[in-house]
Design a protein around this ligand. Structure first.
Ligand code: ADP
Ligand code: MG
Length: 688
């Protein structure tokens, strides 16, 4: 089997499954092999039936004595009941609504079963266990450490495990690309072995070994990329932006607040950097609400006075529009020409022609500061571009920068990336080795820590009252819902339903807004504007408000189904309130049916900690032992396998990369590695 084979060519993969796999980004055998589990269920011990107790997760092995389909008492559910025996006893097994199981398993079959036990009417049963016949093939669903993958609802764990086990032989086709001496020195597994063990480890040690190898490769590539970028950019020409002391002073004095020490320091570092003839590469890191926008404005202002152009790019239209608004307020009074460019908008604070195309072109050629979505701005060539600022988005490669070179002088623009992702300085340097770091440590003085409460469903009415009280004192509120529309499967309260309910039943006297990703951008804009202007008092939203939205008058946020979100994401949401001197609140509502005892503890961390760094550490600590690949929870999507807290591993990768680049700067003697260093960081995890 070849790595590039499309999954549709595999056994038992029809049209529907192909589609479902594609939703997870899985199209080839290689994609499948590199789709790692996020944890393992431990069925490494087979329990004798006589030792089974109620409420346990067990794996048993035995013989089917009888099996049959039944209708349940109320005729609602199809039941499949079986009796399974081993040398020590007999146990009842029940499955719901899966009548085909009685076709797959027959009396006399030897089976391995894994699942949860329960006691009902005094009888112990194994409820809806995973099952496998014992026989020819090795057991992958019910014994040992069983991998658990992140899935969309239309695929089952069993299906994916089956497909991956089918694809495993293809690992033999993977070439080892880490240098021999590194493998030896760091005691790393060969690639094919690591991939096999990541999916189907015999024990936790094997899983850890696999993760070590795969995590190292990931970090090593990242380090190599940073180092070669650094090397490549070192000798490129960039426009020198002179520090405009007088004007900058005036600007700062006109602000309605005093800059924090961190903001001043960061601005100063940036101004010094862009005053050089080599391109700046800098990361501005500051927790949500730390005031990065005003720092960006200072840099852009200096660029404009120097008669160059600056671009501020945001990941979404909402954010771009908001930045445009902020910059108009901050810099408009200083006669800076500012334009906004998104898929649907072309606005500016100077005269524009009628047609969209002409408007865009005039903005590109005349605006001193161009604000817009990254996707759009990137497609234009900006004649006097001297500074590119990217907000809340780290993916920006050298090729992308190269494209943005000034079409005239061939100068490389300075580059600033802004992020609220909480990473400690030492680690940020290790991971973004090519970027210098400016850190805004403190929040503006007037901020009070956000008071956060975790509330069960029964407290819903109280939560609504708390919101009402805030609104009565003149504040505004966010209500965040996990999904746009009701979906039975997940039972999550959808934004749309919730909006109607709040509007009609709970707060009929208040103006309420609704925003989600499926609205047209003109609608989104209107909704955001109404909320920013205080016309609507409550904004019901999906995850679209996660990053960057700035409405300082909003002082309370209610998050529905909070257990569905990772801590990092909840912290981002929460950062939408507490952006002014008003005491702010965050209410985390958990669903009735959520059963994981870990959840409450996890969410309590939010009421204890107000900073992102403590939270991400906590998140890591609360992951179970088998929970090795916490892609979703880590809140740090750049790394698929390694974690920010693999400090030793990061160091080792950095050292190894430095050494290699020194010996072989163009990597000509390491073609396999070179091939993996494509410029697109999206391809980061191409380990095969
Ligand atoms: P973020 O770092 O999350 O992007 P913003 O730049 O959106 O934060 O700033 C958050 C809010 O704080 C804005 O309303 C901004 O005007 C305000 N702000 C920024 N700096 C200060 C400061 N030094 N003192 C008081 N408020 C500030
Ligand atoms: Mg921001």
């Amino acid at each position: 089997m070849l790595l590039s084979v499309p999954l549709s060519a595999l056994n038992r993969v029809g049209k529907t499954t192909t589609q479902s796999l594609k939703k997870l980004g899985l199209e080839t055998v290689s994609d499948l092999l590199l789709y790692f589990p996020f944890r393992y269920d431990d069925f490494s011990k087979v329990t004798a039936i006589e030792d089974v107790d109620a409420g346990q997760n067990v794996s048993i092995a035995g013989t089917i004595e009888m099996i049959q389909n039944k209708r349940s008492a109320r005729q609602r559910r199809q039941l499949t009941e079986a009796l399974v025996s081993d040398d020590t006893g007999l146990i009842k097994v029940v499955w719901f609504n899966q009548p085909f199981i009685a076709q797959n398993l027959k009396a006399g079959d030897k089976v391995s079963l894994a699942g949860k036990t329960a006691e009902s009417y005094g009888q112990l049963s194994l409820i809806s266990p995973q099952y496998e016949k014992i026989g020819s093939a090795g057991l992958i669903h019910t014994q040992g450490l069983v991998p658990v993958y992140h899935l969309s609802s239309d695929l089952s764990q069993k299906q994916l495990r089956f497909l991956i086990s089918q694809a495993l032989p293809a690992t033999e086709k993977m070439t080892e690309w880490l240098p021999e001496n590194l493998l030896k020195e760091l005691k790393l597994l060969p690639l094919p072995v690591a991939i096999k063990q990541a999916h189907f480890p015999e024990n936790i040690e094997e899983a850890q070994e696999a993760r070590k190898r795969l995590g190292f490769s990931e970090l090593f590539l990242r380090q190599l990329r940073s180092q070669s970028i650094k090397l490549e950019l070192k000798n490129k020409p960039a426009p020198k932006i002179d520090f405009q002391e007088m004007m900058t002073r005036q600007f700062v004095q006109a602000l309605p607040f005093n800059l924090t020490a961190g903001q001043k320091q960061a601005a100063w570092e940036i101004l010094q950097d862009i005053n050089r003839e080599a391109p700046m590469s800098r990361l501005l890191e500051g927790d949500v609400g730390s005031g990065k926008t005003v720092v960006a404005a200072i840099a852009l202002f200096n660029v404009a006075i120097n008669k160059y152009q600056g671009a501020l790019m945001a990941p979404t239209e909402i954010l771009a529009t908001q930045h445009y608004g902020s910059l108009l307020k901050l810099l408009g009074p200083f006669n800076v020409k500012i334009g906004l460019l998104t898929g649907s908008q072309a606005e500016a604070n100077f005269d524009l022609p009628k047609t969209k195309k002409d408007r865009r072109e005039k903005i590109i050629s005349q605006a001193e500061i161009i604000v817009g979505t990254q996707a759009l701005i990137q497609d234009y060539s900006i004649e006097r571009l001297a500074l590119v600022i990217v907000d809340e988005q780290h993916r920006f490669g050298v090729r992308q920068r190269q494209k943005l070179q000034q079409s005239g002088g061939g100068l490389w623009p300075h580059f600033l990336s802004m992020t609220a992702t909480p990473i400690p300085r030492s680690l940020a340097l290790a991971i973004y080795g090519d970027l210098d770091l400016s850190l805004i440590k403190e929040l503006p003085k007037n901020r009070k820590p956000i008071i956060t409460h975790v509330l069960p469903e029964e407290k819903r009415e109280e939560a609504y009252e708390t919101i009402r009280r805030q609104i009565n004192t003149g504040r505004q509120a966010f209500v965040i819902c996990p999904l746009v529309e009701e979906s039975d499967k997940l039972g999550a309260r959808s934004a749309t339903t919730e909006y109607k309910r709040l509007k009609n039943e709970i707060y009929p006297e208040l103006e309420i807004g609704l925003i989600h990703g499926r609205l047209k951008s003109a609608e989104k804009e209107k909704v955001m504007k109404d909320f920013a202007d205080g016309v609507t008092k409550i904004l019901v939203a999906t995850a679209v408000v996660e990053v960057g939205v700035d409405v300082p008058n909003a002082s309370i946020m209610l998050i529905e189904g909070a257990e569905r979100f990772g801590l990092a994401q909840l912290h981002q949401f929460r950062g939408r309130v507490g952006r002014s001197e008003h005491q702010s609140y965050c209410l985390l509502l958990t669903s009735k049916d959520q059963q994981n005892p870990n959840t409450a503890e996890r969410l309590q961390a939010l009421s204890k900690y107000n900073d992102g760094l403590s939270l991400s550490k906590m998140d890591l600590k609360l992951r179970g032992a088998g929970d090795l690949y916490g892609r979703i929870q880590s809140g740090f999507p750049e790394l698929r396998i390694a974690s920010l807290f693999d400090y030793e591993m990061i160091k080792a990768a950095q050292k190894a990369a430095e050494k290699l680049i020194k010996e072989d700067p163009d990597l000509d003697n390491h073609p396999e590695i070179k091939a993996r260093l494509s410029d697109n960081p999206e391809n980061e995890a191409h380990l095969e």
